[in-house]
Design a protein around this ligand. Structure first.
Ligand SMILES: NC(=O)c1ccc[n+]([C@@H]2O[C@H](COP(=O)([O-])OP(=O)(O)OC[C@H]3O[C@@H](n4cnc5c(N)ncnc54)[C@H](OP(=O)(O)O)[C@@H]3O)[C@@H](O)[C@H]2O)c1
Length: 342
């Protein structure tokens, strides 16, 4: 990014994870890959070796090592953070490093951070579908989100840093990401190929032999397929490098969704697949126990979270193709994969 530096220094955290592995796989195929100087911060020495073999620099360490994170960020033109939406200290270390980068180069580096639409969670407990739908092209509406909401403390510090002027910040907020990754890093056994919420719901359902919902399961969440969510990161990087001035700071929230699902429909689908696979007998959905409701609530599965990814579509040209039918249709493969793992 700096005029004296032909290559763009990119620091990536979470490269062995579901999101980060997908992003790195797409960066490996990027037409400008040879102009990227990617450094991945990775914990596993074995996986580090495999990533190095792909032409990526690797530093072995944890993002809990704040000195290391600060140093790595101080060398970066762009930080893509996919390891942990909620690690405030890692974020602060990253920002300290990026500030040093700015002071040294007088060019604002970019931070592309991963948050999540869990920030929009309400207390529906399955009783209703909310009409509150957040539009990421409406920063005034985004600013009404309470600071006590999940991920929000981190997101607010990111936007404050952008306002200070030493960094341009972009926050990607994936919704329920689904699909078993088939990326290059997943194929090589480097990347975790599985998501979080759907496998958790499926595990809970397998234990019961029936799909379950909290309350009446009327609550609604958005969904997005794993390779399509990674495209947002790549398109953001492209826009940053092209200096096309994508929305940043308070205008830099990018929801990732391509449709919505209702938990009662999802629960019924899980019940049907359990019956089909001989792991259940009742194709209907049941209200879960209070104990299971608390487990599911911890994954956001008792709440509503509704938004529209208008910013990525209109300003980045993001054009996801997967449908809500694809989302429901992914359940059988997810269930078979969970059955193999338990
Ligand atoms: N999956 C979703 O549907 C979704 C949706 C919205 C938001 N998010 C958020 O996005 C973030 C990433 O999610 P994910 O699904 O990609 O999770 P994941 O598959 O568990 O990946 C997490 C990645 O972060 C790395 N990591 C964790 N702690 C680290 C540390 N102390 N130092 C260095 N690396 C560390 C992991 O490395 P190891 O391989 O060493 O463990 C792994 O590469 C999470 O905060 C999650 O809440 C996820």
């Amino acid at each position: 990014m700096s005029p004296n530096n032909v290559k763009t220094n990119i620091l990536l955290t979470g490269a062995t994870g579901y999101i980060g592995g997908e992003v790195l796989s797409q960066l490996l195929e990027h037409p400008k890959f040879s102009s990227f100087n990617i450094t991945a911060l990775v914990r596993s020495p074995e996986k580090a070796e495999k990533i190095r073999a792909l032409g990526v620099q690797v530093v072995i360490g944890s993002h809990t090592d704040e000195t290391l994170v600060e140093k790595l960020a101080s060398d970066a033109d762009v930080v893509i953070a996919t390891a942990d939406a909620d690690n405030l200290e890692a974020l602060r270390a990253t920002l300290r490093g990026l500030k040093k980068r700015y002071e040294a180069t007088k060019v604002q580096p970019a931070l592309i951070h991963t948050s999540g639409t869990g920030v929009l969670c309400d207390t529906a407990f399955g009783k209703y579908a909310t009409d509150d739908i957040y539009d990421d092209l409406n920063p005034d509406q985004i600013e009404t989100i309470a600071p006590t909401q999940p991920h929000r403390n981190v997101d607010l510090e990111i936007v404050a840093a952008d306002k200070e002027g030493y960094v341009k910040t972009y926050i990607v907020l994936p919704s329920t990401i689904y699909g078993i990754s088939t990326s290059k890093l997943a194929e090589l056994g480097i990347q975790n190929p599985y998501s979080i919420q759907i496998p958790a719901l499926i595990k809970n359902s397998i234990a019961r032999g029936q799909g379950g919902v909290v309350g009446e399961g009327k609550n609604v969440w958005p969904h997005v397929e794993i390779s399509e969510v990674a495209e947002i990161y790549v398109k953001l990087l492209d826009a940053v490098l092209a200096k096309s001035n994508p929305g940043h700071g308070r205008e830099g929230y990018y929801f990732a969704e391509n449709g919505e699902y209702t938990f009662s429909v999802l629960g019924k689908r899980i019940s049907e697949v359990l019956v089909e696979l001989g792991k259940g007998t009742n194709p209907e959905v049941i209200t879960v126990s209070d104990e299971d409701a608390m487990v599911l609530a911890n994954y956001g599965l008792a709440s509503n979270s509704r938004c529209r990814a208008n910013r990525a579509r209109t300003t980045l040209g993001w054009n996801p193709k997967k449908t809500t039918e694809d989302f429901y249709g992914s359940i059988k493969a997810e269930l078979e994969a969970v059955l193999k793992r338990i």
